[in-house]
Design a protein around this ligand. Structure first.
Ligand code: EPZ
Length: 421
C-alpha cells in the first residue's frame, strides 16, 4: 500500500489539464455490452475503477484493449453473463452492467454491490426500473439473478428518498434501448455523465429524448451498433483542482473542463471569495481576498455535487467563521471529518450536517484515506497545512483521480508517493 507525503504551505502556479470523467467512462464501458460491434472510447482516465470495469468485461469474455486513453471493446464471444462479487464489491458502479446484459442476452447474474464507507449503496431503484420493463429478478446468495424473454417499454418513476439515482437511470435507460416500445423514465438523473451516456447510446442507434432533464423517453430498437466516443472531462476532478488553488491561495488555470457543468461549484467558490473567470474553455481561479465561510447543501445535479462536499469542507476548515455543510445525498458521507480533526480542524457533526468552525491554519499530521473524495479532501488539507502530512491508503485516491499527485507536484506542490511502512 502507498501513502502521500505532503509538505504544506507551498503556493501552486501554472496550468493543469483535466482528465476524462470517471463517472462517464464507467457506464459507457457497460454500454458496450449492448452491441456485437467494435466500441472505441477515447479520453479514458487512467484509474483503478476503469481497470476494474475492464476486468469485469474481460471476465465475461469480451476482448478489451487499453492503450493510453483509448479503450476498445470487442464482444468476440461471451462466456458468462456474470459480474462476480470479488469484482463488484470493489466498485459498486459495476452494477450498471445488469441492464445491458439483460437487454442484450435476456439473462444476467450480477453481485449486489453491498455498502461502502459513504453509506449503504442500495439498488432498489435499479431493480424497480428493470422490473417495470418486464424483467424477472430475484436475489439469491448476494446476487441478482435476472431473466427477461423480452423487455417492454413502460412509464417508470425512478425517484427515491434522496432524489434521482445516476446509475439507476443509466441501467434502466440502457435496458430500455432494446425493449419493445416506449419507456418513459420520470425523475431521471440529469447529471452530465447521464447525458454523455445517452449521447453514446444515440450514436449506437438508440432513440432517446429528454436526457439531461427529469423525464427521459426511450423508443426501443431491435439492435444497436458500436460507437466511437470521447468522454467528457471530469467535472469533479476540475472542481477539486479549483479548491486546490483556493486552499493554497494560488492562481491556477484549469484547462479542458466544461464550466457549464460546474455552475454550483463555481458559484459556491465565488461566494467564498475566490475569483473564478472563464476564458475560452479554461477556468482561471485566484483568491481575491480573505476567504468567507459559506453554507452548502448537496443535491442532485445541477445542485452542489455530493462528490465535492469533502473537498469544500477542507477549504472551509481554514476559512475564518462558521460554515454549515448539509449532505442530502449520502448523509453518512463524513469519514473525512475525523481525519481532518487530526489536523486541527474544528468540525461538529449533527446528523447530516457538519458545522465547521474555520481555524487559521491546519497542522500537518498522519491521516488515513477512507474513500475517494475523503482522500482528496485530506490531500487538499495537507497542501495548506503547516508542516508535513502523510495520507495513507491512497489507493482510494487512485480509484478516481488520474495521478492527481503528479499534477499537483507539477504545479509546485511538494508531494512524494511512498510505500507505507
Ligand atoms: C453516482 O453513484 C456516482 N458514481 C457517485 O460518485 C455519486 O456520488 C452519486 O452518483 C451521486 O451523484 C458513479 O457515477 C460511478 P445514486 P450512484 O444512485 O449512481 C440512493 C464518486 O465519488 N439510491 O445517484 O451509485 C443512494 O443511496 C462516486 O465518484 C437509492 O436509494 O449514486 C443515494 O443516497 C461516489 N436506491 C442517492 O440515491 C437506489 O437504487 C443517490 O445515489 C440507488 C440509489
Amino acid at each position: 500500500m502507498e501513502k502521500l507525503i505532503i509538505r504544506g504551505g507551498r503556493a501552486l502556479k501554472g496550468t493543469v489539464k483535466v482528465s476524462g470523467s470517471k463517472n462517464s467512462t464507467l457506464p459507457i464501458l457497460a454500454a458496450a455490452l449492448l452491441t456485437d460491434d467494435l466500441c472505441v472510447l477515447e479520453g479514458v482516465p487512467n484509474l483503478r475503477d476503469v481497470t476494474t470495469m475492464i476486468r469485469i468485461l474481460r471476465n465475461m469474455g469480451l476482448k478489451v484493449v487499453q492503450e493510453g486513453g483509448r479503450v476498445t471493446v470487442e464482444p468476440n464471444g461471451y462466456k458468462a453473463w456474470e459480474a462476480p462479487y470479488r469484482l463488484v464489491s470493489t466498485m459498486r458502479a459495476s452494477f450498471c452492467v445488469l441492464g445491458p446484459l439483460l437487454a442484450k442476452h435476456g439473462q444476467a447474474k450480477v453481485s449486489l454491490p453491498g455498502g461502502c464507507v459513504i453509506g449503504p449503496r442500495p439498488v432498489d431503484l435499479h431493480l424497480k426500473g428493470l422490473r417495470a420493463l418486464g424483467a424477472g429478478l430475484k436475489v439469491e446468495g448476494g446476487y441478482v439473478l435476472a431473466r427477461a424473454r423480452e423487455l417492454k417499454g413502460s412509464t417508470i418513476y425512478l425517484g427515491g428518498a434522496f432524489g434521482s439515482s445516476v446509475l439507476a437511470t443509466a441501467n434502466v435507460m440502457m435496458a430500455a434501448c432494446l425493449a419493445r416500445g416506449r419507456a418513459v423514465i420520470e425523475n431521471a438523473a440529469c447529471e452530465p455523465e447521464v447525458v454523455d451516456l445517452a449521447e453514446v447510446l444515440i450514436k449506437m442507434g438508440a432513440r432517446i429524448q429528454g436526457h439531461g432533464t427529469p423525464v427521459v423517453t426511450v423508443e426501443g430498437v431491435r439492435r444497436l451498433n458500436g460507437f466511437t466516443h470521447r468522454v467528457i472531462p471530469d467535472r469533479i476532478e476540475a472542481g477539486t483542482l479549483l479548491v486546490a488553488a483556493a486552499v493554497t491561495g494560488s492562481e491556477l488555470l484549469v484547462q479542458g473542463a466544461r464550466p457549464e457543468q460546474m455552475g454550483a461549484v463555481i458559484d459556491k467558490l465565488r461566494e467564498a471569495g475566490i475569483e473564478v473567470t472563464l476564458s475560452d474553455g479554461a477556468i482561471r481561479v485566484r483568491p481575491k481576498r480573505t476567504l468567507r465561510p459559506v453554507d452548502v447543501t448537496t443535491l442532485p445535479y445541477p445542485g452542489f455535487p455530493t462528490d465535492m462536499q469533502a473537498q469544500l469542507m477542507a477549504l472551509m476548515c481554514q476559512t475564518p467563521g462558521i460554515s454549515v455543510i448539509t449532505e442530502k445525498i449520502y448523509p453518512d458521507r463524513f469519514m473525512h471529518v475525523a481525519e481532518l480533526g487530526r489536523m486541527g480542524a474544528q468540525v461538529k457533526l449533527e446528523g447530516a450536517c457538519a458545522i465547521v468552525q474555520g481555524v487559521k491554519r491546519l497542522s500537518g499530521a498522519p491521516v488515513m484515506a477512507s474513500d475517494l473524495r475523503a482522500s482528496a479532501a485530506l490531500v487538499l488539507a495537507g497542501l495548506a497545512a503547516r508542516g508535513t502530512s502523510e495520507v495513507a491508503r491512497i489507493y482510494h485516491l487512485d480509484r478516481g483521480y488520474d495521478r492527481v499527485d503528479v499534477k499537483l507536484t507539477q504545479l509546485g506542490a511538494d508531494i512524494q508517493r511512498a510505500k507505507m511502512d
